[in-house]
Design a protein around this ligand. Sequence first.
Ligand SMILES: C[S@@+](CC[C@H](N)C(=O)[O-])C[C@H]1O[C@@H](n2cnc3c(N)ncnc32)[C@H](O)[C@@H]1O
Length: 204
Amino acid sequence: MSYDFEEVQTYAESHTTPPADPLRRLGEETEATQDAPQMSLGPNEGAFLRFLVTLMKPQRVLEIGVFTGWSSIEIARGLPAGGKLIALDVNEETTAIARRYAEEMGVADRIDYIVGDAGQTIAALEGPPFDLVFIDAWKPDYVDYYEAVLPKLAPDGLILADNTLGALDGNEGIVRFNEHVSADERVESVLVPIRDGLTMIRRV
Ligand SMILES: C[S@@+](CC[C@H](N)C(=O)[O-])C[C@H]1O[C@@H](n2cnc3c(N)ncnc32)[C@H](O)[C@@H]1O
């Protein structure tokens, strides 16, 4: 193959249905106001996530790492009637941005935002198991998030972990996470090389 990583990203994005207008503005506001705007999921992976949710029809979804809200809005847009997303982040300011755009998109009533440390929040979560969990918070804690959510996952539920190609950039938390999941005989996984990597994990 003769193409490079940046070329793939640009080409994939230009052949993905463009984001709805409020999401496009969310991207612009994130770019203008945040120190690390690249944390936002963006159009290509965001659309992929919404496709998955639309096909899976999960009733109960957990997101760990909301930031300014791109992924939570795309998940919420894909939910079936009655579906709920519980969205965790430690940052009150960025969660307020996420909530504002979710309201504008008409999906805020499908999202319960919980502001606080994800580790503590997950441990305290009660209720039916999750059909889908999206992990996208503090990379050194990925293994802990994973171990905390696995017992709360529905039997045929799916865990998605973002940024898992970060191992190739030497991200130690991600290296540890990828090795942990690869060695875990309770699950099977596939690392999808979309953007900087999305690992899909299900129980066997
Ligand atoms: C990569 S960003 C999430 C991007 C988001 N999914 C999106 O599509 O825009 C990581 C987020 O994890 C949050 N975070 C970091 N450590 C956390 C913790 N211990 N508990 C909860 N959230 C945390 C950060 O505040 C940040 O908003």
